[in-house]
Design a protein around this ligand. Structure first.
Ligand code: CIR
Length: 263
């Protein structure tokens, strides 16, 4: 079974409070209606890729709750409820837990007090890579490795480049052997076991693409990245990210994805 084969996803509709979402640089708040449209198009793209999508209601108390990838990890074997490194995002875990319990027989809560956000976790065939960052500390990463071991998975700790929000802000898996990543992340040597396709300089935010089944969801803002991946034979689904990018988000962050069928 390939690592990017998914038949289920959970997303959460954005709340109007999304305008108060966290961002490293304030380029002005996102336009809520346009952001809702980006979200709707994302859900349609997941469905078109063959995924059944569960859409959770908005959680207005948590402006970043639309980025449902960060408070949990999900695998065929079970789910891990994480502890976000951003204080304003702690409560998102409680919001998500009932749905995790509905969907997974095994739900492990990350033992405290460390923290991990899902955006720092890249699943590769060899291991589950956990990038240390401002949102994921060593204590959390070590606790997560124990949770992963319990699920029969192996975790390894790596480093997120400084000034980068999440490990996956700078990379995404394209297939079993290949990762699409920024030059600054590739040069750290972290992907020794994988073929790397470098994101064209100046298009770093394109790195957060999302391989789902036979296609790769990618931001339509990055023409050179689209041309490159198209030339390499990937089937692309370009999507609008103008509004979510104001909140430092890309295409992996708006869903939790897993395979629920037989191996
Ligand atoms: C945050 O700073 O937490 C949100 N504004 C963006 C989270 C993006 N998450 C992700 O890429 N996994």
């Amino acid at each position: 079974m390939t690592i990017y084969r998914f038949d289920q996803a959970i997303v959460r509709r954005p709340a109007e409070s999304v305008v108060n979402g966290l961002r490293a640089v304030d380029r002005g708040p996102p336009d809520v209606d346009a952001l809702m449209d980006e979200h709707s198009a994302y859900v349609l793209a997941l469905e078109a890729a063959g995924v059944t999508v569960t859409v959770l209601p908005p959680a207005p108390a948590y402006p970043d709750a639309v980025f449902v990838e960060d408070p949990a990890l999900v695998f065929a074997a079970g789910a891990v409820a994480l502890r976000p490194g951003a204080a304003t995002r702690f409560g998102e875990v409680e919001e998500l837990l009932p749905e995790l319990h509905r969907r997974f027989r095994e739900v492990i809560e990350l033992p405290g007090p460390g923290f991990v956000e899902g955006g720092d976790v890249l699943v590769t065939p060899a291991s589950v890579m956990i990038g240390l960052s401002e949102r994921t500390n060593r204590e959390g990463a070590e606790a997560l490795i124990e949770c992963l071991t319990h699920l029969g998975l192996q975790g390894t700790i790596v480093h997120t480049p400084s000034d980068v929000l999440h490990f996956k802000s700078d990379c995404s898996l394209l297939d079993e052997e290949t990762v699409f990543c920024t030059r600054r992340l590739a040069s750290s040597g972290v992907f020794a076991d994988l073929r790397t396709v470098l994101v064209p300089d100046g298009e770093e935010a394109a790195a957060n693409a999302l391989r789902i089944n036979d296609r790769v969801l990618i931001s339509r803002r990055f023409a050179r990245s689209i041309e490159l991946l198209d030339r390499l034979g990937y089937s692309l689904a370009p999507l609008g990210t103008e509004e979510i990018s104001r909140l430092d988000a890309g295409l992996s962050c708006m869903s939790l994805r897993w395979w629920s069928g037989p191996n």
